[in-house]
Design a protein around this ligand. Structure first.
Ligand code: AMP
Ligand code: GLY
Length: 421
């Protein structure tokens, strides 16, 4: 088979790496990919949102299955465009992707179908939103409705902070049309967890869960990022909690999408908060997580191609998905200044001086004119190790990271350093 992977981050490098392990796969293209994917696949200079070019190239190259990494092309209807031509694609349709691309839609769905989530009210009128907020107590959460590259959620510690966020979203339109509607939501405390499930629209098969570290610095300090590291499995995910997540959240959501005539085919990602053993949804995404993919897909023992084809053929009930009992830890190495402004183009050294069971997934990297690997983005690499326990995986990662160097590099030192309780 020939596969086309759409995207250029660590998640997409992981997808390429995993798909390349399938005996069914002969050739993989990546649009646009990075220096890491260039080593195991063929990079194509096409943007993930250039759907015309992707449809055309997939046709010309005889691609059998296209796999979409990021949300932007899904929201713009890449799956719809491929499906209408009878081309195989793994990724939700634009209507199904609204579960991620419109927080108002997703909230209304959860409220209508009794899927546990934080209480919230949505507004399209700035004045009304302000009046409402004045009556509330902090901490409180303000969310822009649409896609805002992970920056549209503000957890405000005071009402003035929340007011500022509201004005930034609705008045200053810092996130453009994503701020035409806003959600004001109760603050939930507890432990965060990312859960995933494959769905063909009917059958739901849970995938391995993971914990993500969003803040930039140790101790969860600093601004939110796309994710600075991740580990899997979460030790607090008991069989009882997994069952609750499946029965009360993932299955009812796929059923609800079916009822709403938006059949959900692809991977469903729930960002959950677990308070006193009770999971509530913070958000849904219509794609794999990044960096969660880097620590969950390595644990998958079933052929990923078989799962993706079963999703597309409505045959997920005929597949058994197996996972390893091992643990994985992934630590993101980022450019100095990220998630704020940063410089790129620095040489990365030490990549060929790592223990052999370390896997480095590239994100913001590119090849220089002499074939050297250079930084080209905010999140540069995810360094991943696998172990019998989280501690073993963690120790392996941190023993290897200092061997990798580039100017200004920063990374968190507390990924998978788990406090009990
Ligand atoms: P989201 O994009 O909705 O997942 O929000 C981004 C991050 O903001 C989450 O990973 C949480 O850390 C935080 N967050 C979102 N909603 C809430 C909430 N209701 N209570 C507390 N924290 C939240
Ligand atoms: N790691 C968070 C995300 O993929 O949205």
């Amino acid at each position: 088979m020939k596969i086309l992977v759409v995207g250029s981050g660590g998640r997409e490098h992981t997808l390429v790496w995993k798909l390349a392990q399938s005996p069914k796969v002969k050739e993989i293209y990546v649009a646009p990919g990075n220096a890491g994917t260039a080593q195991i696949a063929q990079n194509l200079d096409i943007k993930p949102t250039d759907i015309d070019a992707l449809v055309k190239t997939a046709g010309e190259k005889g691609v059998d299955l296209t796999v979409v990494g990021p949300e932007a092309p899904l929201a713009e209807g890449i799956a719809d465009r491929f499906l209408i031509r009878g081309m195989q694609i793994f990724g939700a349709t634009s209507q199904a992707t609204e579960i991620e691309s419109s927080k108002v839609f997703s909230k209304e769905l959860m409220q209508k179908y009794n899927i546990p989530c934080a209480q919230s009210v949505s507004f399209s009128d700035y004045k009304k939103a302000k009046e409402y907020l004045q009556q509330q107590k902090a901490p409180i959460v303000v969310k822009a409705d649409g896609l805002a590259a992970g920056k549209g959620v503000i957890v405000a510690e005071t009402i003035p902070q929340a007011m500022e966020a509201l004005s930034k979203i609705m008045e200053a339109k810092a996130f453009g049309a994503a701020g035409d509607h806003v959600i004001i939501e109760e603050y939930l405390s507890g432990r965060e967890m990312s859960v995933f499930a494959f769905s063909d629209g009917h059958t739901v098969i849970p995938m391995m869960s993971a914990c993500d570290y969003k803040p930039a610095f140790d101790g969860n300090k600093g601004p939110n990022t796309g994710g600075m590291g991740s580990y899997s499995p979460p030790p607090f995910l008991t069989p009882a909690l997994a069952e609750t997540v499946r029965d009360k959240i993932m299955e009812p959501t796929v059923k609800a999408m079916h009822e709403e005539s938006r059949p959900y085919r692809g991977i469903l990602y729930g960002g959950l908060m677990i308070s006193d053993g009770n999971p509530k949804v913070l958000e849904f995404n219509a794609r794999f997580g990044d960096p969660e993919a880097q620590v969950t897909l390595p644990l998958l023992e079933t052929d990923l191609v078989d799962i993706m084809l079963a999703v597309n053929d409505n045959k997920l009930d005929q597949i058994k998905v197996d996972w390893s009992d091992d643990a994985c830890v992934g630590v993101v190495m980022a450019s100095g200044g990220y998630p704020g402004s940063y410089k790129t183009g620095f040489a990365i050294s030490g990549l060929d001086n790592l223990d052999k069971d370390i896997v480095v997934f590239h994100a913001g990297t590119k090849l220089g004119s002499d074939g050297e690997v250079l930084t080209s983005g905010g999140r540069v690499l995810t360094v991943m190790a696998r172990g019998k326990t989280l501690n073993e995986a963690r120790e392996k990662v941190y023993a290897n990271i200092p061997r990798i160097q580039f100017e200004g590099c920063h990374y968190r030192k507390d990924i998978a350093l788990i406090k009990e309780g």
